[in-house]
Design a protein around this ligand. Structure first.
Ligand code: GUN
Length: 294
């Protein structure tokens, strides 16, 4: 059997970002609206700081307005709620992203619930979760949205496919399953308590790994010819002492020999998340102003 096709998420994301920049320019030119995103980072977790910086850079590169907010790790829940209320009320801000995780004195659910659902470009607010679950228009979480775009680009229609999602997080696993169901897949959500996880994975025409455990999904868990989407980003020791490298939740070299198509790590799903955040911000800006998304 031939080796799997490598799904180039970086190239797809670059094209999507260019299209979103064009949309943002049209909205500005035709309606005088500059789509704006406020990204809020509380504390100084280095990985979160990198993610937020990359998101803000991408917003600026797409010709959109970026409203950065950095708060100290000692910020209280009341202070963060006050900032969210201010951003909700600001008409120049169409998207609000509060980077997770938050320091332990802050209840993340209360913060997620406080974001105006119309500005919730993460798609985490219960109103948007409910809209996705019931097939209504809302804002969809960026990582699963990006995964769906890669799957549809790779396979065309997903109708009738057996899809297995490994992982049941609110950020990826659950919304991913909802999107696959909406695309008429037969969906299984597997997790750490699933009995005979390898056998469940082997049923999948589409296998989405989102567990956060380095190289957990092995080559012999994959149905020959399946499409494998690896959402994992795990830092592990590298070949040289003191060096590290990024790996996914799938053992890539083994999987590549069996799958029909597979996303690499890095360069697969990761770049799609930011591109989808930009797309959601333009969508949110248009809906808030009652204009069509170009
Ligand atoms: N932390 C990890 N992933 C995400 C994400 O997609 N959005 C936010 N706000 N925080 C995260």
């Amino acid at each position: 059997m031939a080796e799997a096709r490598i799904i180039d998420g970086k190239a797809f994301a670059d094209r999507l970002r260019a299209r979103v920049a064009e949309r943002a320019a049209k909205v500005k030119q035709q309606h005088g609206i500059t789509p704006g995103l406020a990204a809020v980072l509380v504390g100084d977790d280095p990985a979160s700081a990198v993610y937020v910086r990359n998101k803000e850079k991408a917003v600026a590169e797409a010709g959109m307005a970026s409203f950065p907010h950095r708060l100290p790790a000692t910020t209280s829940e009341a202070e963060l709620l006050a900032l969210v209320a201010k951003l909700n009320a600001d008409p120049a801000i169409h998207g609000i992203l509060v980077q997770l995780p938050l320091p332990k004195q802050i209840n993340a659910e209360r913060i997620v619930d406080a974001v105006d659902p119309a500005k919730d470009v993460d798609g985490f607010h219960p109103v948007n979760v409910g809209r996705l679950a019931s097939g209504r228009e809302g804002l969809v979480p960026c990582t699963p949205l990006g995964c769906m775009m890669l799957l549809e680009d790779t396979l065309g229609t997903l109708e009738g496919k057996d899809a297995v999602v490994v992982g049941r997080s609110n950020i990826v696993g659950k919304p991913m399953a909802a999107l696959l169901l909406a695309a008429n897949c037969t969906v299984t959500i597997a997790h750490s308590r699933t009995t005979d996880l390898p056998a469940v994975c082997r049923r999948a025409d589409i296998l989405v790994a989102a567990v956060g455990r380095a190289e957990m999904v092995r080559g012999d868990w994959i149905q020959p010819g399946a499409t494998v989407i690896d959402v994992g980003i795990n830092r592990v020791p590298g070949a040289e002492p003191g060096k590290t490298k990024l790996v996914g939740d799938v053992a890539f070299a083994e999987a590549k020999a069996v799958a029909g198509a597979i996303t690499p790590v890095p360069g697969g799903v990761g770049p799609m998340t930011i591109a989808c955040l930009l797309a959601n911000t333009v969508t949110a800006a248009c809906r808030q102003n009652g204009v069509a998304v170009p």
